[in-house]
Ligand binder design. Structure first.
Ligand code: ADP
Ligand code: MG
Length: 298
């Protein structure tokens, strides 16, 4: 099934942890055309996964609306959500969630069994899908007999199994080296071009993001900019991304100091102080996590 358009309006998501509220999305808006391949790029903790999970019907919104084709996702009840996920969404995650005891083919076939597709049709579709992602020679291999990039391509094939019009990919290249990341992204592009699926791909890697038709930059739970691939700099940006992260960590430290001073001098109340402090700390930890993941010691 060809892609559907996605319209997100004023999306708000508040997580509550005990007394603490975390605003993961703060009135986010975006729109994706039918068959478009969009990258959402932004630092760790900016709300990328939250956005994808709400669009995909895995998480609920606090306020705002998400429309996919004719479906108003935010108003669906739990059984409608199940149906929506089954028919409309293919979800690819960063951490591979293939079943280790099943072959590539069986992993792809799994979701078709749940949909009640006949055995013969299933076999045929599995063959086609593994061919789409270039894995015909690996059909009978188990995940641990495949490279990380090959496993991620099985995950793409599995996400295509229900022929959903919308593919959501959350850091699909997050655990891959750059060569494998490129191969995986090339297959996602192929899926976009040849099957006409609407694809939203979340990434923090600008060289991965560049393959999209458009790139949306998310910061602090809001879309801050829409960019064309040409506006995203060449791989040299991978270096400056680390610099950007470091600069934001330094900025958070300054903000935290200033916050302490404001509280001590009575400029702000205790409520505001604890709320902001929590948010800054969390953002800083997220940035540091990302630096650690990139092998940088802070
Ligand atoms: N289940 C949750 N409970 C509480 N806070 C959460 C939960 N999921 C995400 N958050 C918080 O929401 C913010 C956005 O997280 P997330 O969407 O995972 O960001 P990203 O994918 O861009 O790294 C972060 O501050 C994160 O700590
Ligand atoms: Mg995430």
């Amino acid at each position: 099934m060809k892609g559907l358009g996605i319209k997100v309006k004023d999306l708000i998501k508040v997580y509550r942890l005990g007394n603490v509220e975390i605003q993961a999305l703060r009135g986010l808006g975006m729109s994706v055309k039918e068959g478009e391949l969009i990258s959402v790029i932004g630092p760790s903790g900016s709300g990328k996964t939250t956005l994808l999970n709400i669009v995909g019907g895995l998480d609920s919104a606090t306020a705002g609306s998400v429309r996919v084709g004719e479906t108003e996702v935010t108003t669906l009840d739990s059984s409608q959500l199940l149906e929506y996920r089954r028919r409309t969404v293919g979800h690819i995650f960063q951490t591979l969630n293939l079943i280790p005891t099943l072959s590539a083919a069986e992993n792809v076939e799994l979701s078709m069994i749940a949909m009640g597709i006949s055995r013969q049709k299933r076999k045929e579709r599995v063959r086609n899908l593994l061919d789409v992602v270039g894995l015909t020679p690996r059909t009978d291999h188990k995940p641990d007999e495949l490279s990380g990039g090959e496993q991620q391509r099985v995950a793409i094939a599995a996400a295509l199994a229900n022929d959903a019009p919308v593919l959501l990919a959350d850091e699909p290249t997050g655990e891959l080296d750059s060569a494998n990341a490129k191969i995986v992204v090339d297959y996602l592009m192929k899926v976009s071009q040849e099957l006409g699926k609407t694809i939203v791909m979340v990434t923090h890697d600008s060289s991965v993001a560049r393959v999209a038709h458009r790139i949306l930059r998310i910061e602090d739970g809001m879309i801050k900019a829409a960019l064309t691939p040409a506006q995203i700099s060449e791989p040299a940006a991978a270096v400056s991304y680390v610099d950007q992260l470091r600069a934001r960590v330094a900025d958070m430290e300054i903000q935290l100091q200033k916050l302490d001073e404001d509280f001590r001098s009575g400029k702000i109340e205790g409520d505001e102080y604890t709320d902001k402090r929590q948010r800054f700390k969390q953002t800083k930890a997220g940035l540091e996590d990302e630096l650690h993941r990139m092998g940088i010691v802070t």
